[in-house]
Design a protein around this ligand. Structure first.
Ligand code: HAM
Length: 428
């Protein structure tokens, strides 16, 4: 039988990686809920037209990256490639705009894109998204960018760069497009096939191209062609970001790969990363609700790539991480007659919130200690004489002993050692 394997680009996450992903999700949730964003859970599958109408026909996602299939009633369904489309569908379907004209939501979960898998690019990946509706005030743009910045700082990252841009409104973009199309027409022979297509469908997207960078060196940029209102909006966004204390760089080439954006767009890059490593991205989408059949409604949001952020956190923490996190206790039952007291100790440790893992099995002390060492667990707790137990610090090699019925000494010892580990730099 052929060996079973996961689908290419679909990853199993375990251990350190999974712990960091969960940490990123937890910090995101705290940061967003403290800022009064409400949770919303959305389906993973939507009717295909939800994405056609929102993400847009000229985007790479719709053109080549969607997992689309027919259900038993021949309806075309798509695994969600991103969260905003489904969010706006729900916002409209449930009349949330009538209930509360100004609202803020957050969501998280898996997304699916049939891209070529490579470092930082998966076919199933996870996002945390935030969407704020009903306010066109530029301070809301700054609020969202600030929250994304706070999440990244909250998980311990620094040195990342927040890049902002404005791609204008429908009106000023139309005039600009003509100028850009004329520029691209003159250089058609220097453009790749994709960009020749883009200059017909959605010319701004040529700035996303890695191949044509040189050909576009002298290209006009939208930021210099904003109408008065869009110019003023962008100026206010930046002033408000200053007030929030968020450092940004204006990059006139951030156009974003989805069709629904207007005015503010932004991307957050890690310290040493290229386009494949964008950690968070988003922007304003004031026309989207209307395009999808609702009343004119302002909207803005972002999504954070959980795997990409978790990877950055892991890279930064490589040295200290294992010892801090692996401060759990391995509890070693030795001999049938000691098992009941071990079960008692285990439940007491768990009740006290101390992470403890029993090492069941017939092996003797030496073999069990070898296992503990290999697993990188910090402590081992095992019976010695009748009614007594030993707590061994696997890293320092030291040990202490106490009664097995009276386990407060273990808790006190663990708390003392943990304090040292977390605050005293006890880990080499
Ligand atoms: P996006 O730029 O397509 O925007 O994706 C947002 C983030 O998801 C990226 O910055 C990246 O961290 C992560 N991501 C995207 N594709 C992959 C992949 N193939 N593998 C791993 N991570 C990936 C959106 O999805 C918009 N819905 C954001 C938004 C919300 N705009 C307004 N509201």
């Amino acid at each position: 039988m052929a060996k079973l394997s996961a689908i290419r680009g679909f990853r199993d996450s375990t251990g350190d990686t999974l712990e960091r992903m969960e940490q990123v999700e937890a910090v995101s949730r705290n940061t967003l809920e403290v800022a009064c964003y409400e949770p919303i859970r959305l389906p993973i599958v939507e009717y295909t037209e939800v994405f056609l109408k929102s993400v847009g026909p000229s985007s790479d996602i719709v053109q080549k990256e969607m997992y689309t299939f027919e259900d038993a009633s021949s309806r075309s369904l798509t695994l969600r490639p991103e969260g905003t489309a489904g969010f706006v569908r729900a916002y409209l379907e449930h009349g949330l705009y009538k209930e509360r004209p100004v609202s803020r939501y957050w969501y998280s979960g898996p997304m699916f894109r049939h891209e070529r898998p490579q470092k930082g690019r998966l076919r199933q990946f996870h996002q945390v998204g935030a969407e704020a509706m009903g306010v066109s005030d530029p301070c809301l743009d700054a609020e969202l960018i600030t929250l994304a910045d706070r999440i990244l700082k909250g998980v311990g990252l620094e040195g990342f760069e927040v890049q902002v841009n404005s791609i204008g409104c429908k009106a000023c973009r139309e005039t600009f497009k003509q100028e850009l199309v004329a520029f691209l027409g003159d250089r058609s022979s220097m453009l790749c096939e994709d960009c020749r297509q883009r200059s017909l469908l959605n010319p701004l997207r040529v700035f996303d191209c890695k191949i044509c960078k040189e050909a576009l060196d002298q290209a006009p940029v939208m930021l210099e062609h904003l109408c008065r209102e869009c110019h003023e909006h962008f100026r206010s966004v930046k002033a408000c970001l200053d007030a929030f204390g968020v450092k940004t760089r204006t990059n006139p080439r951030i156009v974003r790969g989805l069709d629904y954006y207007n005015r503010t767009t932004f991307e957050i890059y890690p310290e040493d990363g290229g386009a494949q490593s964008v950690l968070v991205a988003g922007g304003r989408y004031d026309g989207l609700v209307e395009t999808m059949g609702g009343p004119p409604t302002a909207g803005i949001g972002f999504a954070l790539g959980v795997e990409r952020v978790a990877e950055q956190v892991l890279q930064k923490e490589k040295r200290a991480y294992r010892h801090v996190e692996r401060s759990s206790i391995a509890v070693l039952p030795l001999g049938e007659e000691r098992k009941p007291s071990i079960c008692h100790v285990l439940t007491e440790l768990w009740d006290a919130g101390i992470s403890a893992m029993p090492v069941w099995g017939p092996q003797g002390l030496k073999a069990k200690l070898r296992f503990v060492d290999k697993r990188g667990l910090r402590y081992a707790l095992f019976p010695s004489e009748v009614d007594r137990m030993v707590l061994k610090d696997m890293q320092a090699g030291s040990q202490s002993e106490g009664s097995s019925s009276e386990i407060d000494w273990i808790k006190a010892r663990i708390h003392a050692l943990r304090g040292k580990v977390e605050f005293g730099g006890d880990h080499g």
